[in-house]
Design a protein around this ligand. Sequence first.
Ligand SMILES: [Zn+2]
Length: 352
Amino acid sequence: MEKFNNQLIESAYLELKQEFDLLDDKSKILRSKTLTDLLKSIKDQPDSNRAQFGAEVNRLRDFFQNLIDQVNRRVVAKLDQIDISAPFDSNLVVSERPHLLRFDQGSIHPINQELEEIISIFNLMGFEVEENLELDDDFHMFDSLNFPKNHPARDDYDNFLLEDLDNQGHHLLAPAHTSSMQHRILKKNKDLLLTESIAKIIPGRVFRNENIDARHEHTFYQLEGIYVGRNISLGNLISTLEIFLNQYFKKELNFHTQPSYFPFTEPSFEFVMSCPYCDGGGCNVCSMSGWIEIIGCGMIHPNVLNMAGIDSKRFNGFAWGGGIDRLVMMKYGIEDVRYFESGKLNFLRQFK
Ligand SMILES: [Zn+2]
């Protein structure tokens, strides 16, 4: 027990000690009203008493500073012994947990941080977010996107297929691309076309049953975009992606398109940008070519519009889809996609 030779300070001490024991963040005691009021009142003391009163208040403050230092030292010693790979211990004494949190606060995952930025760029262009499903069916994954039955392109996606059928006889599966949302979004929003356009983006987690290496994950993130209206042109598609990529990488990149094939767009393209790392000169990121294929895109196939109940003779539009992980890797020079799902704290802390 500490003793103070001034009654006011002594009662403040007893009050602060109680408060200290209850605080999660012990350092808050130094900013408590009781203590700051005492410190402020030093100057109002009569001359004869001021020096002694001031010394006692400062001794009170130092007492709590010492207590905080002791607690911090104990926590650091404890942290050194903690096996962070051990399962979460829900029985850990509650009063000890906040100290741990003070030293190792969580943060938003880098994919989510970047996704916020990506969404805000598209929001400014008038695109609204729709949510993705993480369990879908083969109708939305393939049939609604104009994949012919038994077409070999269906095999390109290495789907995780469930044995169950839904009540309409469709196979359930973990979606391998966010395009599986196109039919739903078009159908749900088709009445918008009476007065305006459909402008939606769909970020989501997708799954592929493939071998994992530095460039491939079984679980990753994509962003789908759909724009449908009247007299939409390829020029609209290209300028939308150009604006987005220039904004996201915060530099003026060069672009070109190259022909590709997706059953749900016609014509289909790979959107190619100059390497943001070497500005087109050639480096490891772009395999010395100076160019990076970054987004698959095209004009939405009339069959896809018609299947969703949109008259393809009156309306048309474009769609695109690309990996969010890949964009983030390009932006920060991350060489291994597996870091994102690894739970490695040293990696995650760099994005705090
Ligand atoms: Zn490069």
